[in-house]
Design a protein around this ligand. Structure first.
Ligand code: SAM
Length: 231
């Protein structure tokens, strides 16, 4: 399967394993991952955030309930919301999530945004699990036509050591453990380059109640809600 599908499947498997009730996808783009996740029966709240409102709105109506969803009332309730804003800013609508996914997002962040990102995601949102994926630059020589970066909008692409050191530092600062894996296996004989997409799975070390997490963090709303569906 294509690489993006392998990344989404990785998240789906993680959802099946940890059964989070509230999942936020940061840099959700055209909401393809959210659309896949709405079929996971453990999820009751799904939220997407992107800095580009137009890409988010392209196919967002796929997230609306179908007539059959009303005819066959589900055992669970599901609320899906989309928010226009940046991962560099704190907003109370981003609190209370169990799992936060950031798939191919960080390499699109400006230096100033990347600097604020750990405090927003690990410090402020502080979910039990964070998943971050990003290209592994060591794989690039195996990709035809890639000179500097895989996409013109990438601000950087890290090798495994660079991603590890950034991730370990964020984990250490905010009380998470992190394990590294990836998707997209290298061809036989080239195993030393590692996965095409590198993935860090961060798990919060200490228990935190939702109430204590939120009450300590009064913040003004900065994101704009652009879509809401209630099943
Ligand atoms: N996560 C999706 C996926 O895996 O299919 C899309 C990844 S796309 C390569 C990166 C997305 O991040 C774009 O939709 C872009 O608009 C968004 N983005 C870039 N900077 C952002 C920021 N500061 N805050 C939120 N989203 C941002």
């Amino acid at each position: 399967p294509p690489l993006y599908k392998q990344r989404y499947q990785f998240i789906k498997d993680l959802v099946e394993k940890y059964k989070p009730k509230k999942v936020a996808d940061l840099g959700c783009a055209d909401c393809s991952l959210l659309w896949m996740l709405k079929f996971c029966s453990c999820i009751e709240v799904l939220a997407g955030l992107d800095i580009c409102a137009s890409v988010m709105k392209e196919k967002m109506h796929r997230l609306s309930p179908l007539p059959g969803d009303y005819l066959q009332p589900a055992e669970r309730s599901l609320t899906v919301t989309l928010h226009h804003g940046s991962v560099a800013h704190k907003d109370p609508c981003m609190l209370g999530f169990d799992l936060v996914t950031c798939i191919e997002l960080i390499e699109h962040l400006e230096e100033s945004e990347l600097k604020k990102f750990p405090e927003v995601v690990f410090g402020f949102m502080a979910p039990s699990i964070v998943v971050i994926s990003t290209p592994n630059s060591e794989f690039n020589p195996l990709l035809p036509g890639v000179t500097l970066f895989r996409h013109a909008d990438h601000k950087f692409e890290w090798n495994r050591v660079q991603f590890r050191s950034w991730a370990l530092e964020a984990a250490r600062c905010y009380g998470y453990s992190v394990e590294f894996t990836g998707v997209g296996h290298p061809p036989t004989g080239m195993e030393n380059v590692g996965f095409c997409t590198q993935i860090g799975v961060f798990v919060r070390k200490y228990h935190q109640t939702r109430e204590s997490a939120q009450s300590e963090k009064p913040t003004e709303a900065v994101h704009r809600m652009v879509f809401k569906a209630v099943y």
